[in-house]
Design a protein around this ligand. Structure first.
Ligand SMILES: NC(=O)c1ccc[n+]([C@@H]2O[C@H](COP(=O)([O-])OP(=O)(O)OC[C@H]3O[C@@H](n4cnc5c(N)ncnc54)[C@H](OP(=O)(O)O)[C@@H]3O)[C@@H](O)[C@H]2O)c1
Length: 245
């Protein structure tokens, strides 16, 4: 497996779940991978699990000083980035009428502000032909009760992929949205447990099951590498058909 041989990648929020699966697969494909996350124990475990090609930088995407530290370290160690995956994201259950300011601020700060400043601060390091991958969500296309603010941030992510693809095309940098449906991860399992049974998000996908993080990672490899060299501004769904059928 050498789709990403010699490339340098950053995956935010890579200590568990989808981000960890993407970082692991990128390393298997030959990339050097920087991983971020807030919790030290989980991040250290992820780096140890992936091995020599993994470098952990403990940081919070919603804190601009942390992001500066991340890109300073990457600049010093590698000098450039070929792939950035803005994956760090959180959900919060809150139907209209029960939305709290704390929940709103937390979700928008990580999912939206975190993604915006991750990519903005990565810009000087991005090589010509670099690939930027933004994690959206099938929730952005469905009406899932209780996930309004989360879904709105993910709809914004899809929109940003179009704008930034247009802005960065001149540098040969591609920007695409990667949109999972329900996937078994620590964060999503916790959130799904709060969704009342009978709601659309509690139902299985048309494929009759929820997804595995490795299935999202396989599509991330495609978007990160040369196989997708003529694809930009697009959205790829890894959702068991939940938004399509
Ligand atoms: N799983 C699904 O069903 C699903 C479906 C659609 C979209 N997605 C999207 O896929 C992405 C990954 O989700 P997941 O299910 O794998 O979640 P997860 O299991 O909760 O993992 C999230 C990762 O992000 C890190 N993280 C959270 N907040 C962060 C912050 N402020 N700064 C840096 N790292 C942070 C977490 O580590 P720390 O807590 O230690 O920071 C963890 O490593 C998210 O953007 C999510 O919205 C997931």
């Amino acid at each position: 497996m050498t789709q990403l041989n010699g490339k340098t990648a950053l995956v935010t929020g890579a200590s568990t779940g989808i981000g960890l699966a993407i970082a692991r697969r990128f390393a298997q494909e030959g990339a050097t991978v920087y991983l971020t996350g807030r919790r030290k124990v989980e991040l250290d475990a992820a780096v140890e699990q992936i091995g020599d090609r993994a470098i952990g930088i403990r940081s919070d995407v919603s804190k601009l000083d942390d992001l500066d530290r991340v890109f300073t370290e990457i600049a010093e160690r590698s000098g450039h980035l070929d792939i950035v995956v803005a994956n760090a994201g959180v959900g919060d259950f809150g139907p209209l009428g029960e939305i709290t300011e704390e929940g709103f601020d937390r979700v928008t700060a990580i999912n939206l502000k975190g993604t915006v400043f991750t990519i903005q601060k990565a810009l000087p390091l991005l090589s010509a032909g670099a690939s930027v991958i933004l994690l959206s969500s099938s929730a952005a296309l469905r009406g899932v009760p209780g996930l309004g603010i989360y879904a709105a941030t993910k709809a914004a992510i899809r929109s940003l992929a179009r704008t930034w693809a247009a802005e960065l095309a001149v540098r040969g940098i591609r920007v695409n949205a990667l949109t999972p449906g329900p996937v078994a991860t620590p964060g999503a399992d916790e959130l799904r447990a709060e969704i009342p049974q009978g709601d659309p998000a509690a139902a299985p996908t048309p494929l009759g099951r929820i997804g595995r993080p490795e299935e999202v990672a396989a599509t991330a490899v495609y978007l990160a590498g040369d196989l997708s060299s003529f694809t930009t501004g697009a959205e790829l769904y890894v959702d068991g058909g939940v938004t399509q059928l």
